[in-house]
Ligand binder design. Structure first.
Ligand code: ATP
Length: 570
């Protein structure tokens, strides 16, 4: 990955490549696009299918303890009542009444601008009349002696990898704009232990640093933490002005639709926001028909829909996306923590097997106080995207909450009969849940590279390459006849192409100089090119095999070529 660029530049180039080479397009582009929706073009569709196939083969077909399922997208509305989604699948939403922009409250950060120094009455009056501070803060400023930092206004910034810098820059700007003399207290995500210990004040997490010229405050707060009296003074990121942000309110993210001819309340149904509930609702059906024994899993791949308030970061957070989820049912007395750890390890190993670099992966355990009451523990596998380290795969230990909820709501028992102990109980579950689109984006970001290379004549040129693992690469190998006007060469090339195509996605390209043809394949991540040349037809039938990553070439015979593909594409 190119490091000289800002993350935005890099994302822009990845998005541009996706468009240029037919991986991903904005949905409904001829009508101006549709925010939060995307279309996968010919190469994107292949890449996505490869992710799904790898997961399905490794998760379901190559294991003895997991079976597949394909449940409907629209299920009985009672499913979503029992699961808790109707009441609780919400995000906190903040509106800007002026710009009509909507923000997720937990992604909109703010900070009080604090200045150490006596603030003149004229400045206080000006801040008050421009509605930057409340009457109460003004009163505090009038009586303060200026020896400790006092609040003189607020700044805001959206969550990104530079939120803290943006807040501090905003605070400096604010100080300048309002001509406030004095020493500005800065915000830090990395307040040292020593600084933290020195933090004083009730509920206010700022503290003067050890006599230095800067003051460090604690981490910035998000809008869910804003006090009602602060909200009118926090500026909207859209306008830069305070007074237009609403208090956070809950917004249910499920898309509603109506089923049948009536469009009244009785026909309301939902597009599923996750695939997992299908596995719980069909649990009994699978147990009764599938000859499964605990521990066992039910896996599903399918579309999910969430009316995300702020779809962003390309396909990272969209409104229609695809999930690969698996519910692994275990005995009520099983060692769930051990099983949880095993699944975390399995998921990490799987990500490596499809070529994601270990250096980009990390784990984040949800703190106990943030877990749902029924949850025993959740660990996310995080990926280092250009726009920050973000959740890729969540692995949750959910106890027997979901099955119990459905048993209560439907009146149908969800118990498992254990032959060995002759006991009935509701199994517990470990749930690894991942998004296909997020894996695809991670694979694209990790694979993208720009390098300076020398052409045949020794001139330096730029090559863009996607270093996809052969498992994921949309095209596994390109067949290139050296010349298109030599029937003997073309004939061999076409035969090889047809033969390879029976098993793999192969591309045939006979136009342009061979170097250019290699570059075109590099840019879409094709691991190998095979060239049929004069040596093929005049000597021993061998081909030139060119490797994408090393750009090295060697002669290869047909059986070895097939073996190479068999070995790497599984
Ligand atoms: P986030 O906190 O990022 O909104 P989440 O914790 O709500 O995600 P889950 O409900 O656990 O996500 O969904 C499981 C997986 O589905 C996520 O780890 C992610 O890979 C994927 N996913 C969730 N929401 C989206 C989305 N809006 N767009 C793309 N993928 C998503």
């Amino acid at each position: 990955m190119s490091t000289a660029d800002s993350p935005n530049d890099l994302m822009e180039r990845i998005v541009a490549l996706c468009k240029r080479r037919g991986f991903i397009f904005p949905s409904s582009e001829i009508y101006g696009g549709f925010n939060g929706f995307f279309d996968y073009g010919p190469l994107g569709a292949e890449l996505k299918k490869n992710i799904r196939d790898c997961w399905w083969n490794d998760m379901v077909r190559r294991r003895d303890d997991i079976v597949g399922l394909e449940s409907s997208i629209i299920m009985h509305p009672k499913v979503w009542e029992a699961s808790g989604h109707v009441a609780g699948f919400t995000d906190p939403l903040v509106d800007c009444k002026v710009s009509k922009q909507r923000y997720r409250a937990d992604q909109l950060f703010y900070a009080a601008v604090r200045i150490k120094g006596k603030i003149p009455d004229t400045v206080i009056q000006s801040l008050l009349s421009s509605k930057r501070i409340s009457e109460q803060l003004a009163q505090e400023l009038r009586t303060a002696d200026g020896s400790t930092p006092q609040i003189v206004g607020y700044v805001s910034a959206l969550e990104n990898e530079k939120t803290v810098e943006e807040l501090n820059a905003g605070a400096k700007n604010y100080q300048r704009k309002h001509s406030i003399q004095g020493e500005l207290a800065l915000i830090s995500n990395e307040a040292s232990e020593e600084t933290k210990l020195k933090m004083i004040g009730q509920g206010e997490n700022w503290a003067p640093s050890t006599g230095a010229t800067e003051f460090l405050m604690g981490k910035p707060k998000d809008m869910t933490e804003a006090k009602p009296e602060e909200i009118p003074f926090i500026p909207s990121p859209a306008t830069g002005e305070p007074g237009s942000l609403t208090a956070p309110r809950s917004f249910n993210m499920m898309f509603q639709t109506n089923v049948g001819a009536m469009t009244d309340g009785s026909s309301v149904a939902y597009l599923r926001p996750e695939t997992a509930q299908g596995m719980f609702v069909d649990f009994k059906n699978v147990v009764d028909t599938g000859r499964v024994k605990l521990p066992f899993g039910i896996a599903q791949i399918g579309k999910s829909f969430r009316n995300e308030i702020t779809p962003r970061n390309f396909i990272f957070r969209s409104r229609e996306f695809e999930q690969m989820e698996m519910e692994y049912f275990i005995h009520e007395d099983a060692d769930w923590a051990k099983c949880h750890q095993e699944w975390i390890a399995w998921c990490q190993a799987w990500l490596l097997s499809i070529g994601l670099p270990e250096s980009h992966l990390s784990l984040h355990a949800h703190p106990k106080e943030k877990l749902a009451f029924y949850s025993k523990g959740t660990v996310d596998i995080m990926f280092k995207y250009p726009f920050g380290v973000q959740e890729l795969w969540g692995i949750a230990a959910r106890g027997n909450y979901d099955l119990t909820q459905h048993a209560t709501a439907s009146g149908k028992p969800m118990e498992y009969f254990d032959e060995a102990t002759k006991k009935k109980f509701v199994p517990h579950v470990i749930e690894p849940a991942v998004g296909v689109d997020r894996i695809l984006l991670a694979a694209l970001c990790a694979a993208y590279a720009e390098e300076d290379v020398k052409d045949d004549k020794g001139n330096v040129e730029k090559r863009t390459v996607l270093r996809f693992s052969p498992r994921l690469a949309p095209i596994k190998i390109a067949v290139l006849p050296l010349m298109k006007n030599k029937p003997e060469i073309v004939d061999v090339a076409e035969k090889l192409y047809r033969k390879l195509k029976r098993k793999w996605n192969v591309f045939y390209d006979e136009s342009g100089a061979i170097g250019r043809r290699y570059r075109r394949q590099d840019e879409i991540g094709t691991p190998w090119c095979v060239t049929i040349d004069f040596e093929t037809i005049e000597k021993d039938g061998s081909f030139t095999l060119r490797e994408r990553d090393t750009m090295q070439q060697r002669r290869i015979m047909e059986p070895e070529l097939f073996q190479l593909l068999e070995e790497h594409v599984y």
